[in-house]
Ligand binder design. Structure first.
Ligand code: AMP
Length: 113
């Protein structure tokens, strides 16, 4: 896959507002937040989108576990939050590096646009 700006963020070449990091994942605040809390959880591995995730790899389990823990740390877990994964053009994906949006801190509407 072509390198994206998220690869540069992972390498520290572009700054981010980091909230969590471990060996395989990084989480940072979205530059254009859609709620009081809007954090992106990304794998450090270069995976283009959710369709590339291998069943049984444990990758999404971990991404979701990280997002759930951050929601608790941010104090939004009790009221609820939304995890979103956009895929491709129609899905609204603008950065071709797999990421989970954690959005919360306000009442979210449904359906999405
Ligand atoms: P998506 O549209 O699902 O691909 O989400 C990409 C997200 O990355 C958008 O919500 C952008 O606001 C966010 N974004 C783009 N550049 C940066 C950046 N440099 N730092 C943090 N978030 C970013």
């Amino acid at each position: 896959m072509a390198e994206t700006l998220f690869s540069k963020i992972i390498r520290g070449e572009i700054p981010c507002d980091k909230v969590y990091e471990d060996d395989t994942s990084l989480a940072f605040r979205d530059i254009n937040p859609q709620g009081p809390t809007h954090i992106l959880v990304i794998p450090k591995a270069e995976i283009e989108d959710v369709s590339q995730v291998e069943e049984g790899s444990g990758l999404m389990d971990h991404q979701i576990a990280v997002a759930n823990q951050i929601a608790k740390d941010e104090g939004i877990a009790e009221e609820g939050y939304r995890l979103v994964i956009n895929k491709g053009a129609n899905g609204g994906q603008s950065v071709d590096h797999l990421h989970v949006h954690l959005i919360g801190g306000r009442q979210l509407t449904w359906p999405p646009g």
